[in-house]
Structures are given as structure tokens and as C-alpha cells.
Ligand binder design. Structure first.
Ligand code: CP
Ligand code: NVA
Length: 282
């Protein structure tokens, strides 16, 4: 996060920071993306390196070539891989069989790059992370899982509100209970009470399109709205990884009232990921 802050400063002040001259990052996508693709791609250019956009459907993995072989081949050509996919095991297989750094750009289990940007943004607004309360309302999905790990790791209290059949990953919750102050319940207002940060994400993630109608019913009360914001601290910030569905997981009113925070968060994807790239490829 400190390096991300430094790289942001350097970019804003026109200070050259081409730490990755001659380096190439392959970016494999099995799912759609706006922010992850453009921030990684632009970030690599700003660092003096080359990003390679690799749509899985145009690669042989889209026709069944094993990821283990793809890992060993790409390791001979390029310096790192960012992958966005469904199965977390695919990321781990890449890491096991390749010998270059592998960056998780979202799986069904987790979205760590997003959380780095989230933590960076919270620290910009609040001046610290330790001791703050993070409240997440919605699906116990990839976003919730990574947010729990990020918040607890930084000494934040973390409260999740979600329907009982849609809780975050059991192993991650067990880890959170052992390592910090963590709750998971169906009580939205208890979750939001005195929160410093209120967070949500879509009710139906990529790959769950067929469950959309059913999920709209199940999640209908899991929304960030005025009532939730009244329970949080008066200066609470609102974050959303985007894309957002207004009047579903967040009202348009709350979204617009906190648009500066939400779009600073989106911007910080660029800076936080550049820090990851410099650490891993530099
Ligand atoms: N938040 C996020 O990862 O956005 P994209 O799906 O547009 O990459
Ligand atoms: N949970 C969402 C996050 C998108 C950035 C999804 O996986 O579609």
C-alpha cells in the first residue's frame, strides 16, 4: 500500500517510474472486465512494460489445452501472468506449473487486487485502517471473501450481513474468527452499526446469470440505503467494487452521494496493481 501511494504520487507529479522496461505481462481472461483489464494494461504501459491481452476463448485453453501446459509455455515467453477465471484451482495450477509470478485478477473464490485498492482508498480517506469497522452487506462471494482477509489482516473489525445460505467461504470465516473481530449474520442493521466503511457487491456474480431472478428475491433486503447509512457512523464511507446495479444492492441516492469515494476506489485499482507488478516483476 505504501508503494501504491508512492506510485500514485509519481504519476500525478509526472515523475518517471518505468520500473518494468522490457517486461511483458500476459493477461488471461475467462470472464468480462472493464476495470481489471484497463488498469492492468495501462499500469504496465506506465511502468514501461508491455501488457498482452489474452482472451481465453481465443487461446488453446479455450479448446481444452491443459492450464498446466499453458503455464509452462507462457513461462518461456513472458515475465508474469494475470488471470481472471472461474476456478481458483486454475490460478493455483498456473502458479504450480509455471515459474513466473501469477496474479489473481478474480476467481469465484476471491478478488484480492480489488481489496488492495479498497484498503488504499480507505486509508486515503480515514488516515488509517487499524481499528476501523468494515461492514459488508450482500452475497458472501469472491468480494466478501477477499474483503474479510484484507480487513482482518489490517486490524479492522469485519462484519458481514448475508442470507444464511449465501455466506462467505467457511475456511476464510474460521480464519477471520481466529485472527480478529469478525461476525457474520442476517442482521443488516447490526452489521452496519457504527461502521466506518459500508461495502456491497452485486447479488449475482459473473457465471451466476441463470440465478439472477431467484437471487433478486433472496437478496431483496440486502441493500445499502438510507436506513443502513443511518446505522453507520455519520462520516461512514461507501465502497463498491463495480459494476453496480442501482436499486438492487445499493440505492442510486446512496451511490451518488458517495460517488467520489467509489470512483477514487476504482482509480486506485491502477495504483495498487502497479505496486503489485513492481514487487513481483521488478
Ligand atoms: N471491480 C472489477 O474487478 O471490475 P471489472 O470486472 O470491470 O474488472
Ligand atoms: N462478485 C462480482 C465482482 C465483479 C468485480 C463478480 O464476480 O462478478
Amino acid at each position: 500500500l505504501n508503494l501504491a501511494d508512492q506510485l500514485k504520487y509519481e504519476l500525478k507529479h509526472g515523475i518517471p517510474h518505468d520500473h518494468l522496461k522490457g517486461k511483458t505481462l500476459g493477461m488471461i481472461f475467462r470472464k468480462a472486465s472493464t476495470r481489471t483489464r484497463v488498469s492492468f494494461e495501462t499500469g504496465m504501459y506506465q511502468l514501461g512494460g508491455n501488457p498482452l491481452y489474452l482472451s481465453a476463448s481465443d487461446m488453446q485453453i479455450g479448446r481444452g489445452e491443459p492450464i498446466q501446459d499453458t503455464a509452462r509455455v507462457l513461462s518461456r515467453y513472458i515475465d508474469g501472468i494475470m488471470i481472471r477465471t472461474f476456478d481458483q484451482a486454475e490460478v493455483e495450477n498456473l502458479a504450480e506449473y509455471g515459474n513466473i509470478p501469477i496474479i489473481n485478477g478474480l476467481t469465484d473464490l476471491s478478488h484480492p487486487c480489488q481489496v488492495l485498492a479498497d484498503l488504499m482508498t480507505i486509508r486515503e480517506y480515514k488516515g488509517k485502517l487499524d481499528g476501523l469497522k468494515m461492514c459488508y452487506i450482500g452475497d458472501g462471494n469472491n468480494m466478501a471473501n477477499s474483503l474479510i482477509v484484507g480487513a482482518i489482516s489490517m486490524g479492522m473489525e469485519c462484519a458481514i450481513a448475508c442470507p444464511k445460505d449465501y455466506q462467505p467461504d467457511a475456511q476464510i470465516m474460521a480464519w477471520a474468527k481466529e485472527n480478529g473481530t469478525f461476525t457474520c449474520s442476517e442482521d443488516i442493521l447490526a452489521c452496519a452499526k457504527d461502521a466506518d466503511v459500508v461495502y456491497t457487491d452485486v447479488w449475482a456474480s459473473m457465471g451466476q446469470e441463470e440465478e439472477k431472478a431467484e437471487r433478486e428475491k433472496i437478496f431483496k433486503n440486502y441493500q445499502i440505503n438510507d436506513e443502513v447509512m443511518a446505522a453507520a457512523k455519520p462520516d461512514a464511507m461507501v465502497l463498491h467494487c463495480l459494476p453496480a446495479h442501482r436499486e438492487e444492492e445499493i440505492t442510486a441516492k446512496v451511490f451518488e452521494a458517495h460517488a467520489n469515494e467509489i470512483f477514487d476506489e476504482a482509480e486506485n485499482r491502477l495504483h495498487a496493481q502497479k505496486a503489485v507488478l513492481v514487487k513481483l516483476l521488478g
